[in-house]
Write a protein that binds this ligand. Structure first.
Ligand code: ATP
Length: 254
């Protein structure tokens, strides 16, 4: 599996470079169930940030709240220090350059790989640069070019994850959020997918990943956060966080 090519950067979705996101006191959940009890975190521009935590901690709920897919009851998420996204629609948030690759990938199995990719470029600014972006994404993931005319259901799990990431990149995001990219993938494929995510900031896209594969993701992350029971309980540079006694005990069995 190839890494990123040295082609022109993907950045400048809307003439701007990679985005930062500041989350303060965010509370959200589902009808009658508050899951996030005041989450504070900083996703710096042009960095690879990872959030880890046990099952049910609220990781997916946080991504849904940041993408506008569920309402928030308090707190804020602010793009580039001055644009409040909390309370905005999912469509608005995507237009501002924030894309989510959901858990389980959700590619369209009966559409071809190429058709799946083209679907990602539905916003006007992305459509205007479709050819250029398609070339960049397929340079990044050559297998998507090789299998462009196959139905997506013919792809392996790792290839389907690349298609899901590639489709999100077709919208030329400034911040890419990815939910559990390792889910259901073989270990050697996991490291290739993580490496691609790790390399994206150098292409001009900020990355925020939620993961259960704690050791592998924190080795690569510029910054890591630990979410437990709806609250951030630890944070630090990825490799340093791996040495925190609480992290070693809770996630690494040490
Ligand atoms: P996992 O890694 O297992 O997916 P997670 O950290 O992503 O865990 P969430 O999926 O955000 O956790 O779930 C947090 C809590 O919210 C859990 O108690 C879960 O049962 C609950 N929950 C998730 N989705 C819904 C929903 N659609 N309606 C009601 N409760 C939900």
């Amino acid at each position: 599996m190839a890494g990123l090519s040295a082609s022109a950067p993907l950045e400048t979705a809307s003439g701007k470079g990679p985005a930062s996101l500041t989350v303060q006191g965010l509370q959200a959940g589902y009808r009658g169930l508050e899951v996030l009890h005041g989450v504070d975190l900083e996703i710096p521009a042009r960095a690879f940030t990872a959030l880890v935590g046990p099952n049910g901690a609220g990781k997916t709920t946080l991504l849904r709240a940041l993408a506008g897919l569920i309402p928030t009851s308090a707190g804020s998420s602010v793009l580039d220090t001055d644009e409040r996204l909390t309370g905005r629609s999912p469509e608005y948030i995507v237009q501002r350059g924030v894309s989510l690759v959901p858990e389980g990938r959700h590619v369209f199995p009966r559409m071809t790989v190429r058709e799946n990719l083209l679907l990602g470029a539905y916003l006007p600014h992305a459509r205007a640069r479709l050819k250029e972006t398609l070339a960049q994404v397929t340079a990044m993931f050559p297998v998507l070019q090789e299998k462009a005319h196959l139905q997506a259901r013919a792809l392996s799990g790792g290839e389907a994850q690349m298609l899901a990431i590639g489709r999100a990149l077709m919208s030329r995001p400034r911040l890419l959020m990815v939910d559990e990219p390792s889910l259901g993938l073989a270990p050697q494929v996991v490291s290739a997918v993580f490496q691609c995510l790790h390399d994206l900031p150098s292409q001009g896209v900020t990355v925020f990943t939620v993961e259960q594969n704690v050791r592998a993701i924190l080795r690569l992350a510029d910054r890591g956060y630990v979410l437990a029971q709806g609250r951030i309980v630890d944070q630090g540079p990825g490799t340093e966080l791996l040495d925190h006694p609480e992290v070693r005990k809770a996630f690494l069995g040490v």
